[in-house]
Design a protein around this ligand. Structure first.
Ligand SMILES: *Cc1c(COP(=O)(O)O)cnc(C)c1O
Length: 415
């Protein structure tokens, strides 16, 4: 900041002088004018941070009947309450409210409806054998959400305080967390832009909200390996894009390729990029390949975080676990379809799986690429098995940590 600029500004502090301030800045430093203007246009009063101590709770007068475990379909049932925290550019974060679950009332001009001004998170609450509520590395979700809001010029928040608010919601709806093994409460926080204007510009108001949905195991009758269709026409994300952010705009365009793959008999899309068809992700999961690489080494490899890959909490946990075992090479790097098909032909491909919060891991049994199916082995010692041994071991270890059966710093109790 130039000292001269500062003294100009102390004299120009009425709202009517806003435009003048901009001119002054542009005059002084043409390239920095915009950035400087935005910091000067901040209101004089401090933007309020999220404060969990201010939570206002209104309990429902009509608690809903619980849905039987066997009838739970992912994302169909919601608990009795939700959390909302409003934000405005002038005041910052408002009072967190826990209130009966129900529709939001929003002006149809709100930018969330027109320009995908939205980002979200997905994590789970688990009930352990002692009936305690557990979360798995939730601070990673808070940090990732702040990275997403930052990319959309939506507000950031103090992750610890926001997590306290979410924990209060989960405790309020504790009776909705199923206690059967493999069952959990899926937690969906989101931030939307709520400024009711059609201009494509930053939103001066936003809403954080969080809803919860009880859910069963992704594979209720044990693992079912999936077939992937390598999409060679569309890309999910690209360098400099938003692939590493959980922003709503990334997901709607992924549905048609998914529907087309399903119509051909493939359950998931394998996203690739570039002339070499580098592997990216599987549907909305991170991708892992366990193989004997070209140097003859056993290696677990997942695409590196080059900006096109969603930095999954499950991905990071798998990498750390596998490294701690020290039994094979663990790599974040590049791997392309040519390497996969060659490894498949030479029997060097051992296991392929997707990884994410919803499923933990999803075993893959085949990959379709340019007109041909390449088989991926599952368990060579058990032809009836629907999962490879490493995939299963990772699933078992992570699940036990999540349910508190293996004590680990990643799993925290909430109540
Ligand atoms: C959410 C998500 C994942 C998995 O992330 P987790 O934190 O492990 O649940 C992977 N890929 C995409 C595209 C995602 O949206």
């Amino acid at each position: 900041m130039l000292p001269a600029t500062r003294s100009c500004l102390t004299r120009l502090n009425s709202p009517a002088s806003t435009l003048m301030r901009l001119r002054i800045h542009e005059g002084l430093r043409p390239n920095l004018g915009r950035a400087m203007f935005s910091s000067f246009s901040q209101p004089r009063q401090q933007q309020k941070p999220v404060q969990a101590s201010l939570i206002e709770k209104t309990l429902t007068k009509n608690p809903k009947p619980l849905v039987a475990d066997k009838d739970l379909i992912f994302g169909h049932t919601f608990t009795d309450h939700m959390l909302t925290v409003p934000w405005t550019k002038s005041d910052g974060w408002g009072k967190p409210q826990i209130k009966p679950y129900g529709p939001l009332s929003l002006d149809p001009s709100c930018s969330v409806f027109h320009y995908a001004f939205e980002c979200f998170e997905g994590l789970k609450a688990y009930k352990d054998a002692n009936g305690k509520i557990r979360l798995f590395r939730p601070n990673m979700n808070m940090a990732r959400m702040n990275a997403s809001t930052q990319s959309l010029n939506l507000p950031q928040f103090n992750g610890d305080e926001m997590l306290k608010c979410i924990e209060e919601l989960i405790k309020t709806d504790k009776r909705w967390i199923p206690s059967k093994p493999g069952y959990s409460l899926y937690i969906r926080p989101a931030v939307i832009a709520t400024e009711p204007t059609l201009g494509v510009h930053e939103s001066r108001s936003a809403l954080f909200f969080c809803i919860c949905s009880p859910c069963g195991p992704y594979f209720p009758t044990g693992f079912t390996a999936v077939k992937l269709f390598a999409n060679t026409e569309r890309v999910r994300a690209w360098k400099g894009g938003m692939g590493n952010r959980k922003v709503g705009g990334n997901y709607a365009p992924s549905v048609l390729p998914q529907v087309e793959a399903a119509a051909k008999g493939y359950q998931q899309v394998l996203w690739t990029i570039g002339e070499d068809y580098e592997l990216m992700e599987v549907g909305t999961m991170n991708l892992f390949v366990y193989w004997t690489n070209e140097k003859g080494e056993k290696e677990l490899i997942t695409p590196e975080l080059d900006g096109t890959i969603l930095p999954g909490v499950t991905r990071d946990s798998i990498l750390k676990l596998a490294k701690s075992w020290g039994e094979f090479k663990v790599t974040e790097g590049k791997i392309n379809m040519k390497q996969i098909t060659k490894a498949s032909d030479e029997n060097r491909l051992h296991e392929v799986f997707g990884a994410g919060t919803a499923c933990v891991v999803t075993p893959v049994k085949a990959i379709h690429f340019k007109g041909k199916d390449y088989d991926v082995p599952l368990n060579p010692n058990d032809p009836s098995s629907e999962t490879g041994p490493l995939t299963k071991r990772l699933y078992d270890t992570l699940s036990k940590i999540q349910y508190g059966e293996i004590p680990h710093e990643w799993s925290i109790t909430v109540d």
